[in-house]
Design a protein around this ligand. Structure first.
Ligand SMILES: Cc1ncc(COP(=O)(O)O)c(C=O)c1O
Length: 379
């Protein structure tokens, strides 16, 4: 039996190929705009042109940006490690985890023994009444947020949610929000969401150190040779900068320069993302049409994202069963429960559908199996 692997949100080879020119083009010279020779040591926090591009993307000041290597997840892991090692977060720290959410955020918490507290997600972001109640606990040290095209729903946080996150009183003295803006420019509807600026809002409320923003080029250029960044202000920036200064005498600045020269600025990125959108939009449309047609007589519901990499499906009481039925027919989807802390979905309801990595032919096959499995399971 041919196995179709739809477990993870990877870009398709056609998307990777959009950037071949960047990988094969020769750099005219090896000097960043500040004169730094990118072939040499130095520039631990990034070259200026790459900082400026990230600053534009995240709507922060370029002096608030630290450029990292291939993976923003790596930077998030390091950030949590730093707060633990700097004793900002103690042994009994807890994290708020809006769920369904991104399994790898949960893996970071598990690795550091941080207790995870599930908060339900709504189309406007995390349930803010629950969040505001939880942050009154002095052991709640932080939370994960994917504000734009959340993984797995594709929701975009409302301005009200962002304003409340910035304003709420947190009892923990070093409460932080890991603001994972992985899909900030990954829209395929033609309109980039522009939610409230979290750092500005936090600043207005004397909480400038609260958000630590992350993003990367993993799904803009190539996931295997991308550039990522962290952005923060106040004490948070100082903590991250101190870590970088001790940790490295220079990242891969050649790759930074390659990215900066190829993409140039936000407009360059927007133009490139249109090409991704041309590949992604039809796949998402295929999935949504199939779900609309096949779930009509079932209690299954699903999201209809306008960007990002996933579609979230709710099949109360039947997620594990559907997952198994798919597997039996050769289609592997993300394990039921993976979108919740500790892998436990209390309602056994949520499944994450990832259409991007599959060819159109594989996607059609995967959809046929998935829809039949849902129909069979809910009978
Ligand atoms: C919400 C979210 N954050 C981060 C990542 C990974 O980003 P990176 O490739 O920069 O490590 C992903 C990848 O699927 C993601 O969905």
């Amino acid at each position: 039996m041919r196995i179709i692997d739809a477990t993870r949100g990877r870009p398709h080879a056609l998307q990777l190929a959009l950037c071949d020119e960047m990988l094969t083009a020769q750099l005219e010279n090896y000097f960043a705009e500040n004169g730094m020779d990118v072939r040499n040591y130095g520039g631990g926090d990034g070259i200026p042109e790459m900082k400026r591009i990230f600053a534009e993307l995240l709507r922060v000041d370029m002096n608030e940006v630290i450029v990292g290597g291939n993976s923003s997840l790596n930077m998030m892991f390091d950030c949590v490690a730093t707060f633990v090692l700097e004793r900002k977060w103690g042994a009994n720290s807890k994290f708020i985890c809006p769920s369904p959410g991104y399994d790898r955020h949960f893996s970071i918490c598990e690795y550091f023994g941080i207790e995870m507290i599930t908060v339900p997600m709504t189309p406007d972001g995390p349930d803010m009444d629950a969040v505001e109640e939880l942050v009154r606990d002095p052991q709640v040290a932080g939370m994960f947020c994917v504000p734009v095209f959340s993984n797995p729903q594709g929701y975009v946080y409302s301005d009200e949610t962002i304003a409340r996150l910035a304003k709420m009183h947190a009892a923990h003295p070093a409460f932080r929000i890991i603001w994972d803006d992985a899909y900030t420019i990954h829209h395929f509807s033609g309109e980039r969401p522009q939610p409230l600026n979290i750092l500005d809002e936090c600043r207005k409320n004397d909480n400038e150190s609260r958000p630590i923003l992350f993003t990367s080029f993993s799904k803009i250029s190539v996931a295997g040779a991308s550039v990522s960044c962290a952005a923060a202000a106040g004490e948070s920036f100082k903590i991250l900068q101190k870590r970088i200064a001790a940790q490295t005498i220079g990242p891969d600045k050649i790759n930074q320069l390659r990215h900066a020269r190829y993409f140039k600025n936000k407009n360059g990125i927007e133009a490139h993302m249109k090409k991704h959108a041309e590949i992604l939009r039809p796949k998402f449309e295929l999935v949504i049409n199939a779900f609309e047609k096949n779930f009509a007589a079932t209690n299954a519901t699903f999201t209809k994202p306008l960007g990002g990499y996933f579609i979230s499906v709710e099949i109360p009481g039947n997620a594990k069963h559907v997952c198994q039925l798919c597997k039996d027919s050769g289609v592997i989807i993300t394990e039921a429960g993976a979108t919740f802390p500790y892998g436990i979905d209390p309602a056994d309801s949520n499944l994450r559908f990832a259409p991007t990595f599959l060819s159109s032919e594989e996607l059609e096959k995967a959809l046929e199996v998935f829809c039949l499995s849902v129909q069979k399971a809910v009978k």
